[in-house]
Design a protein around this ligand. Structure first.
Ligand SMILES: [Zn+2]
Length: 296
């Protein structure tokens, strides 16, 4: 491969299929506990897939999920992965005032740290919901003790995005880095190159080309994300949803696990904290592993 051997960041947003933002108009929060839960089994499959490749990743986990599946949280940590926060109840930051946002991110951090037994440094907002309208969120995250966020998507999209935001890690508050998911700069605009629905929609070869091109052009780690429900063709179908939401949620869902396996084979992957906060950044037991992987 011609691209330099860069360790890219692999991230998983741990939520169940009925919690995605696009289903908010169709599924009330108070119905969540009655829905068939699939997240535990799907994360188990992901952990097995990563173990086969001896790969570590960052799991941005909902507090709501962690409370119900404490063993799952412990298995993520025991697998050598980074446990990070996706907030408590999958409320978009852009839908919350400052006090409600603070409650959500503080609550999630406390639950995850209690179960995982180590500091939670990273946060990803549901649906990349931090942007020009709520930059105060970064001060709240820093005050809550987070060290980094991966919550801005520097593209134009109907549900989220901040197209003119910096495309690389940058300080947003005292002690807090924002690390935006990856975009490729081509033809004077930013193209999503970091997973999610676009990874299911596009041919795999195009996704791979975009990450290789990003690594080669920028000499920087790419940040890729996916969800446990994206490898679950057997998930219950939500009835009565509009055609666009249905397409976005289910497109190529039966192909995604195979593509992810290929992605694991085609690139080198690691944890957000080890890649962006550095081996000596107070990461305890994980620091030596980061130092050795950086050397080879
Ligand atoms: Zn999410």
């Amino acid at each position: 491969m011609l691209a330099p051997r860069i360790t890219n960041a692999l991230t998983i947003d741990v939520e169940d299929y009925f919690q995605v933002s696009a289903f908010e108009p169709y599924i009330r929060r108070d119905e969540w506990p009655q829905r068939e839960c699939r997240v535990e089994a799907n994360v188990e499959r992901i952990l097995a897939m990563l173990a086969e490749r001896d790969t570590r990743a960052t799991f941005f986990t909902l507090g709501w999920v962690a409370e119900r599946y404490p063993q799952l949280v412990r298995r993520i940590v025991a697998g050598g992965h980074e446990l990070a926060s996706h907030g408590y109840g999958h409320r978009r930051a852009s839908d919350l005032d400052e006090a409600a946002f603070r409650d959500d991110v503080v609550r999630a951090k406390a639950i995850l740290e209690d179960l995982g037994g180590r500091p939670v440094l990273g946060y990803r907002a549901p649906s990349f919901s931090i942007g020009a309208g709520n930059l105060w969120a970064f001060d709240v995250l820093a005050e809550a003790g987070y060290r980094y966020s991966s919550s801005i998507y520097p593209i134009a999209h109907d549900h989220y995005g901040m197209p003119d935001a910096p495309r690389f890690a940058h300080a947003r508050a005292a002690g807090l880095l924002e690390i935006p998911v990856t975009t490729l700069r081509l033809l004077n605009r930013n193209w999503p190159s970091s997973g999610g629905g676009y990874f299911r929609l596009m041919p795999y070869a195009l996704s791979r080309w975009m990450i290789r091109r990003f690594n080669a052009d920028e000499r920087a780690p790419a940040i890729f994300y996916f969800h446990p429900w994206e490898i679950d063709p057997g998930q219950p179908r939500i009835a009565g949803i509009d055609a666009r939401t249905r397409f976005r949620h289910y497109v190529n869902i039966a192909r995604t696990e195979g593509r992810l396996r290929q992605l694991l084979a085609d690139f080198r992957w690691g944890r957000m904290d080890e890649i962006f906060l550095g081996a000596g950044a107070g990461l305890g037991a994980h620091a030596p592993a980061a130092a050795s992987s950086a050397a080879d």
